[in-house]
Design a protein around this ligand. Structure first.
Ligand code: SAH
Length: 301
C-alpha cells in the first residue's frame, strides 16, 4: 500500500533541494496537509531546525500530527489560513524565517473523502469547504447565487467557456429542487455539455471553479504572497507548487514584480514522467522558487 495514506507529496526531492538552504533554520509549511513534504524536510534538515505547519483543515492537522510525531519537539502545528502567516508567526514570536513552502490546492484525502464534497466521481454533500468552520459552502453558492454570478464564477475560476449554459441548467434544476449532492451537480453539468466516455469529465472545470471560489483560493494566495518577502531572512527561500494556470500566473507575476525577490526558476520546474506514472495527480504541478535578495550594503542596520 502507498505509505502516504493521506496524500502523496509532489516533487519532494526538488522541494527539499530548493527550500532547505540552511540546515538549522526555521521553515514554514503553509499547507502542511498530511505532512509529507514536512517530513521530507525534517529528514534533510539538522536537529536544530524548526518547522511551523499551517493548514485550515483540522483533519489534515490530525494526520500531520501523527505522521510527524518523531519530530514533535521541533514542530508547531497551527490551524489557520496561510494568508494570516504574518500574524501566526508573530504569535510564535518569530520575525523572519529561512524558507516558506506553499503546496496549493486540495489534498488527495480531501478529494477522496466523499463527505467533504470535493469529488464529482463520488457522491457527497455539496460542501467543498477546506475549513469546516467556514460559513460559505458550495451548496449555498449553487443554490442561492444568481445565474449571472454562477456563470462568472465558472468562467473566471474554471476558464469554462460554456459557463452560461451550465449556469442556466443549474438554475432550471434548482427551480424544482435544491442541488444537494456532488453527484447531482456533476449530472447537471454533464447533461448540459454532453459527455463522451473516454474524454475528460466536463464537470472537472466547474468543480475546480466552485472550489476556488468557496475557499477564496486566489485571494488567499495574493494576500500571502504580499507578506512573504518581509518574512524571509536575506537569502531565505519561497517555494510554491501550483496546480492550475490561474495560480501559476499569479505566482510568476508576483515573483517578477517584487524587487525584494530574486527569481530562481525562469521557467517552472515540472514533474518528471516517472513521478506522473506513480502519482497522476502530480501531472499539472508547477514549481517556482524565489529567494530574498540580500540587504544592500548601505542599508544594513
Ligand atoms: N504538502 C502536503 C499536501 C498539501 S495539500 C503534504 O505533503 O501532505 C494542500 C493543503 O493545503 C490542504 O490540506 C488544504 O487544506 C491546505 N490549504 C489550502 N489552502 C489553504 C490556505 N489558504 N490556508 C491554509 N491551508 C490551506
Amino acid at each position: 500500500m502507498n505509505k502516504y495514506r493521506f496524500h502523496r507529496p509532489v516533487m519532494t526531492g526538488e522541494v527539499c533541494r530548493c527550500l532547505a538552504h540552511r540546515s538549522d533554520g526555521i521553515y514554514v509549511d503553509c499547507t502542511v496537509g498530511g505532512g509529507g513534504h514536512a517530513r521530507a524536510l525534517f529528514l534533510v534538515l539538522s536537529g536544530k531546525a524548526r518547522l511551523v505547519g499551517i493548514d485550515r483543515d483540522p483533519d489534515a492537522l490530525d494526520a500531520a500530527r501523527g505522521w510527524l510525531d518523531p519530530f514533535r519537539s521541533r514542530l508547531t502545528l497551527i490551524q489557520g489560513s496561510f494568508s494570516d502567516i504574518d500574524r501566526i508567526l508573530d504569535s510564535l514570536q518569530i520575525t523572519q524565517v529561512s524558507g516558506i513552502l506553499c503546496d496549493l490546492g486540495v489534498s488527495s484525502r480531501q478529494l477522496d473523502t466523499p463527505h467533504r464534497g470535493f469529488s464529482f466521481r463520488e457522491d457527497g454533500p455539496l460542501d467543498m469547504r477546506m475549513d469546516p468552520g467556514q460559513t460559505l459552502s458550495a451548496g449555498q453558492v449553487i443554490n442561492t447565487f444568481p445565474e449571472r454570478e454562477l456563470a462568472d464564477i465558472l468562467y473566471r475560476y474554471g476558464e469554462e467557456r460554456k459557463s452560461r449554459r451550465i449556469a442556466r441548467s443549474i438554475v432550471r434544476y434548482r427551480e424544482k429542487k435544491p442541488v444537494e449532492t456532488t453527484g447531482e451537480l456533476a449530472g447537471i453539468i454533464r447533461r448540459a455539455l454532453g459527455w463522451s466516455r473516454g474524454k475528460i469529465d466536463p464537470a472537472t472545470r466547474s468543480f475546480q471553479a466552485i472550489r476556488i471560489f468557496v475557499n477564496h483560493e486566489l485571494e488567499e494566495l495574493r494576500n500571502a504572497l504580499e507578506k512573504v518577502p518581509a518574512l524571509l531572512e536575506p537569502g531565505g527561500k519561497i517555494v510554491i507548487l501550483s496546480y492550475h494556470s490561474l495560480e501559476d500566473r499569479q505566482v510568476k507575476t508576483f515573483f517578477r514584480g517584487d524587487s525584494r525577490l530574486v527569481v530562481e526558476t525562469k521557467k517552472p520546474i515540472l514533474t518528471g514522467n516517472n513521478e506522473i506514472k506513480e502519482n497522476p495527480r502530480s501531472r499539472s504541478a508547477r514549481l517556482r522558487v524565489a529567494r530574498k535578495a540580500p540587504v544592500p550594503e548601505g542599508e544594513k542596520p
